[in-house]
Design a protein around this ligand. Structure first.
Ligand code: HEC
Length: 131
């Protein structure tokens, strides 16, 4: 009996702790460092596509793809941010498309996709960036 109560108390404590963690995750802001890296990598990507530097463009697009995965995960855990999840996913898909286009040396297409990607940044900022 005593053991059962201790276990129960431990379970309740753990539950409260977990709710706290989830709750604070909800309050959390998206890291500005992450966004700053996205900004730098996006600029580098644009110039690498413009100069037809396939290796550079591919590595930038891969980095963006991974960073947008993090953005997506962040918003998946946040309640009431369905559009942000969609936009992060869209950005991830666009960066994957750029990897394929650069691989096929289709730099014109990659330029257009990079423009769409920059549009997705702006759309998300309009809704979710406070300042
Ligand atoms: C899914 C939503 C979303 C997408 C997509 C997104 N951002 Fe952001 N971004 C935010 C939010 C929210 C903030 C404000 C919070 C913050 O600063 O992290 C922000 C902030 C920023 C900042 C300011 C960071 C600072 O130091 O204050 C920059 C720069 C930025 N984003 C660049 C980009 C670029 C470039 C892209 C596209 C390649 C992009 N973002 C795509 C949501 C997004």
């Amino acid at each position: 009996m005593r053991r059962t109560l201790t276990t129960l108390a431990a379970a309740v404590a753990l539950g409260t702790f977990l709710i706290g963690v989830v709750h604070s995750a909800d309050e959390e802001e998206l890291s500005t460092d992450l966004m700053q890296s996205i900004e730098d990598t996006n600029k580098s990507l644009a110039s690498n596509i413009a100069t037809q530097n396939a290796m550079g463009a591919t590595s930038d697009a891969k980095e963006l793809n991974e960073m947008f995965s993090q953005v997506e995960t962040f918003y998946v855990h946040k309640s009431d941010a369905v559009d942000a999840v969609e936009l992060a996913r869209k950005s991830k898909n666009l960066s994957a498309e750029i990897i394929r286009q650069v691989d096929a040396k289709a730099f014109d297409k990659a330029t257009n996709t990079a423009t769409d990607l920059s549009r997705a940044c702006k759309t998300c900022h309009n809704f979710y960036k406070k300042s």
